[in-house]
Design a protein around this ligand. Structure first.
Ligand code: UDX
Length: 428
């Protein structure tokens, strides 16, 4: 198939690379010329496991190319909208990139005589495709959706760090269509991938993505709350999870208690769902609490540090881990950023180390943060260590002998750690 993908961010580029390696012909359209030229030089502008190799193979064999020219979508049969949908300051979703790309695609469709299908893959609040994308496409093409061109929704469920694996091994493929048959084109994209394909209306498909992310976030806040109770009772929440996770109705995944969830999706999507619910006259109390519990984990850790060290003015704190999770350089909504901001507000000096995310962190954190060359340098000469991302290299116990350690990610085994250092788990 000839496919165009709008947006060369995490979702767009991984999707484009994955489809090209399935022998489709793919064009990625992005307005950022630097990104475009990097991709065409076979270099991924984002860090994602395996993506450099995929780009290298597919660009070399001419199955993948990047451009900033929307006109090139005319030579394709399907266009996937994969642009970002960040948060506005009030928690609502900023749909401007989706709207702009729908207008640009519409302008192109007006000049095309063959049938074309537009697929929304960006995460958008339920109703967006019907209320914003379709009107923009129709207005700018002067054509009718589901008559002159196809429109479908196909949300992604890819986790950063293993996004290609998630693409090729999905638990399910969701296809939203308002006109029977449009979804066949989406199914063709995934030919050869073994997974249940579920077809439904467009708005339901949009809601499935939100529900998935809201549920994952709820699981994390739930177990963090149980962990906070366990800590007070002297119980290890990880032992509790071993006991409850085997119940097939509960499951063991996404029950790792700790400093809380970050990243570009979970916090933003839960906020957007809360905001949209309010908009339709419903107060999403549970989801509001999910966000509140998540925010409080950071404050809990700060409180624990203050309980041990007293006033933080003039203290030197080592922060291990800046990325929102391991195997990525992504720091969007990473708990470490807020922890560091609060530590500095209290007058502490911060030494930080992350194997991948330091360049990104430098562009957003205070210039007063001191970055260490390696983990050994980071843990030397400090009053305490905070572990905020579970990178493998932080598991080395010998780093922590005789130190005061606050573990926000269950990187160390508490029993062993208590023998070698003054160890505190955030909620165990
Ligand atoms: C998420 C969804 O999982 C994915 O399906 C969607 O398409 C995009 O958003 P991602 O943002 O890559 O993926 O990260 P994920 O692996 O879900 O982790 C999110 C956050 O939750 C991380 O900060 C992680 O450390 C935290 N987390 C995860 C926990 O604190 N405990 C857990 O048990 C699992």
């Amino acid at each position: 198939m000839r496919i165009s993908v709008i947006g060369a961010g995490y979702v767009g580029l991984v999707t484009a690379g994955a489809l090209a390696s399935k022998r489709h012909n793919v064009i990625v359209v992005d307005t950022d010329e630097t990104r475009v030229s990097m991709i065409n030089r076979r270099k991924s502008p984002i860090f994602e496991e395996g993506l450099d190799d995929v780009l290298s193979n597919c660009v070399e064999s001419n199955r993948l190319r990047a451009t900033s020219d929307y006109e090139e979508i005319l030579a394709t049969d399907v266009t996937l909208i994969c642009v970002g949908t960040p948060s506005n300051s009030d928690g609502s979703m900023d749909l401007s990139h989706v709207t702009e790309s729908a207008k640009a695609i519409g302008r192109m469709l007006g000049a095309k005589s063959e049938r074309h299908t537009v697929v929304v893959r960006s995460t958008v609040v339920p109703g967006t495709t019907r209320e914003i994308v379709i009107p923009a496409l129709e207005q700018h093409s002067r054509k009718k959706a589901n008559v002159d061109f196809g429109i479908a929704v196909n949300p992604e469920f890819m986790q950063e760090g293993k996004a290609l694996h998630c693409f090729f091994n999905p638990d399910r493929i969701i296809v939203g269509e308002d006109e029977e048959g449009v979804g066949d084109t989406v199914e063709e994209l995934y030919e050869g991938i073994s997974a249940p394909i579920i077809r439904m209306g467009i708005t339901t498909a949009e809601m499935i993505k939100f529900t998935s992310n809201a549920f994952l976030a709820t699981k994390i806040s739930f177990i963090n709350e149980i962990g906070n109770i366990c800590r007070k009772l002297g119980i290890d929440v990880y032992d509790v999870v071993r006991g409850v996770g085997l119940d097939y109705r509960i499951g063991e995944h996404f029950l790792n208690a700790g400093i809380g969830f970050g990243g570009s999706c979970l916090p933003k999507d839960v906020k957007a769902l809360v905001h949209s619910s309010r908009h339709v006259g419903y107060q999403a109390q549970l989801l509001e609490s999910v966000l509140e519990v998540n925010k409080n984990q950071i404050l809990n850790m700060l409180r624990m540090v203050e309980e041990k060290l007293g006033n933080l003015e003039g203290k030197t704190i080592c922060v291990l881990g800046l990325a929102f999770k391991p195997n990525t350089d992504d720091i969007r909504n990473a708990p470490a950023l807020e922890v560091i901001r609060l530590l500095m507000e209290k007058g502490a000096s911060v030494k930080a180390y992350d194997p991948l995310a330091m360049p990104n962190a430098k562009s957003v954190l205070s210039h007063k943060v001191e970055y260490s060359r390696d983990v050994k340098e980071a843990v030397s000469n400090c009053d305490c260590i905070l572990i905020l991302t579970e990178w493998d290299e932080f598991k080395n116990e010998s780093l922590y002998y005789g130190k005061l350690v606050f573990d926000g990610r269950r990187v160390l085994d508490p029993e062993r750690a208590r023998v070698i250092c003054d160890y505190e788990g955030i909620c165990w």
